[in-house]
Design a protein. Structure first.
Length: 409
C-alpha cells in the first residue's frame, strides 16, 4: 500500500524549501522596492529612474532565463540538492556585492548574476518536495513553499522602509545576502529525492532540447509557461509601476511603492495558501486556476478603468490583485506533475523562470503601446493578452492532481 502520510524528512524538506524561497523572493523583489532610492543615489533623476529601472529589471530577468536552464539541467543530471546549494550561494554573494555598487554598469552585471542564482531555488525545492510527498498531499508542500516565499517580498518592503537614510538601500542588500548565506547551513540536513536516486542510469537526464523535438512535450511545456503569465504581469506592471499608474487614473495622494509591494505580496501569500487548499478540496489544479485567473481579469479592469479612487481603495486593490495571482503554488506543482523524473527538475526550474523572463516581452510590449494608446490602455491590453492566454493554456493542459510521478519522459 502506498504511504499517504508525510514523513519527518519530507516535513524538513518543506521547511527548508519554504525558507529558501522566502530568501529568494526577498532578493528578487528587493530591487523593485528600492529601485528609485538606489538609482537616485547613483545620480539619476525621476525620468531616468523609470526607464533605467525597467532596463535593470529586464537584465535581472534575462539572468533568470539563463539560470533556469543551467540549474534545471544540473538538477536532473546532478541532483536536486546540489542545485539548492549552488544557486543560493551565487545569489547571496551577488546581492551582498550589490550593496557596494557605485555605477550602473556594475549594478547591471550584479543584477544579472543575482538573476542566474535566483533561478534555481524554487524549481529545485518544489521538485524535491513533490517527489518526497504522497501524491494526495503534494499540493500542501507547494502551498507552504509558495505562501512562505511570498512573505519574503513583504519583508523586503518592510526592511526597506525602516530608515529614511538615502543610502539605506545598500544595507537591505547586505541583509539579503546574509540571510542567504545563513540558509546554507540548513541545507546540510536535507536529503536527495528517492525518485531521482532510483532512476535508471540509461534514462536520458536533463535533456532540455528534447522538449522542442517532441511536439507533445513542447505543447505541454508552452502551456505551463502561459499559465503563469498573469502573476508576473501583475507584479511587473500593475505593482512595480503603481506610482506612475496611480497618477494616470487620478488617485489623490502619493502612492508609495513599498506599501504597494507589501500589500500585493501579502495578497500573494494569502492566495497561495488558499489556492493550495482549494486545489486539495476540489482535487483539481485546473479548476483552481480558472477561479484565480478569472478574478484577476475582473480586478484588473477595476484597477485600470475606474478613476478617482481613494488611496485606501487603491491599496486594497493592490492586495486583491496579489491575492488573485496567488495560484503560483498550484501553477508550479502542475508544471512539475506534467513531466517525468528524468526531466522534471529542468521543467520545474525553467518554467517559472521563463514566466519571469517573459516580463521582458511584457514590459517591452507595454512600453511600445504606451507611445500609441497611453499608459492605462497599454497596461490593459497587455494584461488581457496575459490573462486570456493563461485561461486557454489551462484548458488545454492535463489535470494532474492524482498523477503518479514515478515515470520517465
Amino acid at each position: 500500500m502506498q504511504e499517504t502520510t508525510i514523513s519527518k524528512n519530507a516535513k524538513l524538506l518543506i521547511l527548508v524549501a519554504s525558507l529558501g524561497y522566502f530568501v529568494d523572493v526577498y532578493d528578487l523583489i528587493l530591487f523593485g522596492v528600492i529601485r528609485n532610492a538606489s538609482l537616485a543615489s547613483l545620480g539619476l533623476d525621476k525620468d531616468g529612474q523609470l526607464s533605467e529601472g525597467l532596463r535593470l529589471l529586464n537584465i535581472q530577468m534575462a539572468g533568470m532565463l539563463l539560470g533556469g536552464l543551467i540549474w534545471g539541467i544540473l538538477g536532473d543530471k546532478r541532483g536536486r540538492k546540489s542545485v539548492l546549494f549552488g544557486s543560493i550561494l551565487l545569489y547571496s554573494l551577488a546581492n551582498a556585492f550589490n550593496g557596494m555598487v557605485q555605477d550602473l554598469t556594475v549594478y547591471a552585471i550584479l543584477r544579472f548574476l543575482a538573476g542566474i542564482g535566483l533561478a534555481g531555488e524554487l524549481g529545485a525545492g518544489v521538485t524535491l518536495v513533490n517527489e518526497s510527498l504522497p501524491k494526495e498531499k503534494r499540493g500542501y508542500g507547494a502551498l507552504f513553499i509558495a505562501g512562505t516565499g511570498a512573505l519574503g517580498a513583504v519583508t523586503a518592503a518592510y526592511i526597506a522602509s525602516l530608515s529614511t537614510d538615502p543610502e539605506w538601500w545598500r544595507m537591505t542588500y547586505y541583509i539579503g545576502g546574509a540571510m542567504g548565506l545563513a540558509l546554507l547551513l540548513l541545507r546540510i540536513g536535507t536529503m536527495e529525492s528517492s525518485l531521482f536516486q532510483n532512476i535508471e542510469k540509461s534514462a536520458p537526464k536533463g535533456n532540455f532540447l528534447s522538449l522542442f523535438t517532441d511536439s507533445n512535450k513542447l505543447k505541454r511545456y508552452i502551456y505551463c509557461i502561459l499559465i503563469g503569465l498573469p502573476v508576473w504581469y501583475t507584479v511587473g506592471i500593475l505593482v512595480l509601476v503603481a506610482p506612475e499608474l496611480s497618477k494616470a487614473i487620478g488617485i489623490q495622494g502619493e502612492i508609495k511603492a513599498g506599501t504597494v509591494v507589501i500589500l500585493c505580496y501579502a495578497g500573494l501569500s494569502s492566495g497561495d495558501f488558499l489556492s493550495g487548499l482549494v486545489s486539495q478540496f476540489l482535487q483539481s489544479r485546473k479548476k483552481t486556476i480558472y477561479w484565480f485567473v478569472g478574478s484577476s481579469i475582473g480586478l484588473m479592469g477595476i484597477y485600470l478603468l475606474v478613476h478617482g479612487l481613494s488611496t485606501t481603495i487603491f491599496y486594497f486593490l493592490c492586495f486583491a490583485l496579489g491575492f488573485s495571482g496567488g495560484y503560483w503554488a498550484v501553477f508550479i506543482t502542475m508544471a512539475s506533475e506534467q513531466f517525468g523524473t528524468n526531466i522534471r527538475a529542468t521543467v520545474t526550474t525553467t518554467v517559472p523562470n521563463f514566466v519571469r523572463g517573459a516580463l521582458i516581452l511584457i514590459t517591452l510590449g507595454f512600453k511600445f503601446l504606451m507611445g500609441h494608446v497611453g499608459l492605462i490602455y497599454a497596461a490593459l491590453i497587455v494584461g488581457c493578452i496575459c490573462n486570456f492566454a493563461a485561461l486557454w493554456a489551462s484548458y488545454m493542459s492535463e489535470e494532474t492532481f492524482d498523477k503518479d510521478l514515478d515515470f520517465i519522459d
